[in-house]
Design a protein around this ligand. Structure first.
Ligand code: ATP
Length: 352
């Protein structure tokens, strides 16, 4: 894994690691583990290919913090789904560790693993995966049925989740009677009924049109403010990552190229690949006031200060309309710096 650029912007989020992997390899093909363990075997692409093997993940190490939204990005075939399946042990890694609350899931007995998966983790898929012959209520209650929970309890918990995702009144409908966005809300409600601690979302909004997609991104952020899950979210779309992510990991050919906040990836790309990947992102949507402010606020206007954690997009108008520099304050209202019109202009027009 390449080093992430600069100190990570974690704000006031909790720091303990919920889920991690160390030296994770997933190589598809027969005898992959045996070949990989051979002494002096250097797993280059060419050598693996000559053995008829495909390396989907190469020596991946990632720490996912409790309560964060961790986005996994990369082009098609870069290993995103494989990484998520390995992190949930839906598929077994060829080598390496998967640590859930510091316990290596690779060595956990099968029965316990199934229990952990059912009670501590859940998954939302792109194509909803709802059961067509069950109503909304029955679909949402289904994971609790698998857990062996009685009908009254599971239906009342399912009803709560349905209300939480804004579908109250639709309990008796079948999936075919719902729009794509509503079906995905059902998928979200279903994935939350078991009160998972780790929530995997595999391109959950990719099949939806842009307006509904944005609505559901907001919905996810609203739910996360209430529920504070550890979220692992796959997407192809950097704009989506910018909207929802605390941190983003970008994969290329099974290798993690960089991990960082969207702002770090845009301002300090570790490789040419990351720079290219983030080139078309609107910097004003990503860069915060803190990244471009000066620490000296002498002479800056005391009227209408802006917050240090605001994105430039939201404060640009105000700063540009001011006479001189504008004071910057932190969440507690303390003055921490000043932001100039030139600094804002350099974000809005990076090429000029
Ligand atoms: N069961 C399998 N057998 C052999 N190769 C596989 C298998 N599953 C995935 N691969 C290969 O592993 C690599 C990573 O695939 P993966 O599905 O993880 O990528 P992805 O980034 O999720 O792609 P997409 O965005 O298209 O879903 C690809 O080269 C793929 O062809």
């Amino acid at each position: 894994m390449r080093a992430s650029a600069g100190p990570e912007n974690t704000g006031d989020r909790p720091q303990s690691t919920k889920l991690a992997c160390r030296g994770l390899w997933k190589v598809y093909g027969s005898n992959a583990a045996r070949i990989l363990q051979q002494r002096n075997f250097t797993p280059t692409s060419e050598l693996l290919q000559s053995h008829g093997l495909v390396a989907a993940l190469r020596d991946v190490s990632v720490d996912i913090r409790e309560g964060e939204i961790f986005v996994i990005m990369g082009l098609s075939g870069s290993g995103k789904s494989t990484l998520v399946r390995c992190l949930s042990l839906l598929i077994e890694p060829t080598a390496g560790q998967v640590l859930f609350e510091n316990r290596d899931l690779v060595t956990v007995p099968e029965k316990e693993l199934i229990w952990l998966r059912r009670h501590k983790m859940s998954m939302v898929f792109q194509h909803f995966a709802l059961l067509p012959h069950l109503t909304v209520l029955q679909n949402v209650a289904f994971p609790l049925e698998i857990q062996g929970i009685g009908q009254p309890t599971r239906e009342s918990r399912a009803a709560e989740m349905i209300e939480l995702v804004g579908l109250k009144g639709r309990e008796g409908n079948y999936p075919r009677e719902l729009s794509g966005g509503q079906r995905q809300r059902v998928g979200i409600a279903r994935s939350l009924t078991t009160e998972p601690e780790v929530w995997f979302l595999d391109e959950p909004f990719s099949a939806l049109d842009p307006l509904i997609r944005r609505e559901l991104q907001n919905e996810l952020l609203r739910l996360q403010r209430i529920l504070r899950k550890t979220v692992i979210f796959i997407t192809h779309d950097f704009d989506e990552a910018v909207r929802i992510a605390d941190r983003v990991a970008i994969l290329k050919d099974g290798i993690v190229e960089q991990i960082g906040s969207p702002e770090q990836l845009v301002l300090s790309p570790a490789t040419d690949y990351i720079a290219e990947f983030t080139r078309h992102v609107s910097r004003a949507k990503v860069v915060t006031v803190a990244a471009i402010m000066q620490r000296d606020w002498q002479g800056a206007s005391a009227a209408n200060p802006v917050k240090s954690n605001c994105r430039i997009e939201t404060v640009a108008r105000q700063v540009l309309d001011s006479e001189g520099a504008t004071r910057v304050v932190d969440d507690a209202g303390r003055v921490v710096g000043a932001v100039s019109r030139d600094a804002v202009l350099s974000v809005l027009f990076p090429e000029s």
